[in-house]
Design a protein around this ligand. Structure first.
Ligand SMILES: Cc1ncc(COP(=O)(O)O)c(C=O)c1O
Length: 410
């Protein structure tokens, strides 16, 4: 760290006189990452609604049912890793859902899972490290890593592996690019909704163990699952149970519907707790206190029952989509195991419109239905697929499907 000049380098006014001003550098190289297209579509939806259109949106990845805050008193800073009662409550959640012991001292509460990703990537990876992830996948992993100077290794996946990496695909990635410092897996995934079973996740954990690769598990969609009766892992399999060196990330945004409260967490391996805390205390100071107070109510039997009723609503909306597949007449789709997404190739509609972006635009302008083209999630092959979010609920999904089918047969 360099220290130059004395106290008068900056004039007392804090402003430099203009004539002496040299051109400042432009934006950093690292900020040269794409924006999230979903947000652009959200703007377009707002414009159309303001112009009087009745738009049905299957874009947003958030439940509309949100918890009521009640009376919240906390508003000051907390410790950088969150309050002790919340970290203990999260540890209890692992006991309740997964029958797994997690040390509350290894839990870091963060500003959404987004905050957890930034701090976890900073704590675990150096510039130039290689980190693998599935394509299609959630774009922020790729973009945050890129901004941090980490080399992203995209594993092209398809229906044959449920759009998830496999040990064989990772072997091929190492052959092509060299050793991997990290692997990011989401199960259920965004945009595909696909999940990995215990055996497949264990095989990936074993691969990482054998290759000195850090496993990062995004479990944000756990609980938004549609298990069969008797399923051994109805909420999803937590990697916290499989690998003490893994970083497990989760959030209050999806199952609990607390998107705007900006609260998530990471379960950290012993060796990353202190580095993560040092980073958190500088980058964020503390996670938001009011959100942490509200989150204390997340793990009661009543809240689980309330949220499970909302998931049951997602299940009904999902069934509507799956029933309509023959009438939609699109191409191959990812198995909609969990989360609230249906990701499908457009098939014949691609021939008609040329790209998913053009199809989505025509659908919005012609039928006032908003869907997301896959380019955000897979810049190479994604413009042949669309993602429908059924978080909008049963009636919105029913209306949207009717409009889509009418639009396509016009
Ligand atoms: C797979 C996945 N991970 C993480 C996030 C980030 O969510 P948040 O920062 O609200 O926890 C999202 C949001 O859509 C997501 O889809």
């Amino acid at each position: 760290m360099a220290r130059i000049g004395g106290p008068f380098l900056t004039p007392p006014s804090g402003r430099l006189p203009d004539p002496g001003r040299r051109a400042v550098p432009g934006a950093s190289q690292r900020s040269n990452i794409p924006a999230f297209q979903v947000m652009r579509i959200t703007d377009e939806i707002a414009r159309r609604r303001a112009a009087g259109h009745d738009v049905v949106s299957l874009c947003a990845g958030e439940p509309s049912a949100r918890p009521a805050p009640g009376t919240i008193t906390a508003a000051g800073y907390t410790g950088p890793l969150g309050t002790t009662p919340l970290r203990e409550a999260i540890a209890r959640h692992y006991r309740t859902w997964y029958d797994t012991e997690v040390d509350p001292g290894h839990i870091a509460v963060t500003t959404g899972s987004s905050g957890a990703f930034q701090l976890a990537f900073l704590a675990a990876f150096d510039p130039g490290d290689r980190v693998a992830l599935a394509s299609p996948g959630y774009p922020a992993y790729r973009n945050i890593l890129t901004a941090l100077g980490v080399q992203v290794i995209e594993i092209a996946t398809g229906i044959d592996t449920r759009y998830q990496p496999t040990p064989e695909l990772l072997d091929r990635a190492v052959e092509a690019h060299g050793p991997l410092a990290g692997l990011i897996i989401a199960s259920p995934a965004n945009p595909t909704g696909t999940m990995l079973g215990r055996a497949e996740l264990t095989a990936l954990v074993e691969w990482c163990r054998a290759h000195g690769t850090r496993f990062v598990s995004d479990e944000i969609y756990h609980g938004i699952t549609f298990p069969n009766p008797g399923d051994a892992d109805p909420r999803g399999v937590t990697v916290a149970q499989l690998d003490p060196e893994a970083i497990v990330i989760n959030s209050f945004s999806k199952y609990w519907g607390m998107t705007g409260w900006r609260l998530g967490w990471a379960v950290l391996p012993e060796s990353l707790v202190a580095p993560f805390e040092a980073l958190a205390s500088n980058f964020a100071l503390s996670p938001p206190a009011p959100a942490q107070e509200l989150a204390l109510t997340a793990f009661t039997d009543d809240t689980y029952a309330e949220r499970d009723a909302i998931v049951a609503g997602f299940a009904r909306a999902r069934a509507l989509i799956l029933d309509a597949v023959p009438q939609l007449g699109w191409g191959e789709a990812a198995p909609a195991d969990g989360a609230f997404y249906y990701y499908s190739e457009l098939g014949p509609m691609l021939d008609r419109y040329g790209s998913a972006t053009a199809y989505a635009k025509a659908l919005l302008e012609g039928a006032d239905v908003a869907v997301v083209p896959g380019v955000d999630f897979d810049p190479i092959a994604g413009d042949q697929a669309v993602r429908l979010s059924y978080a909008a609920g049963e009636s919105a999904v029913a209306e949207a499907l009717e409009r889509i089918i009418r639009f396509q047969t016009r």
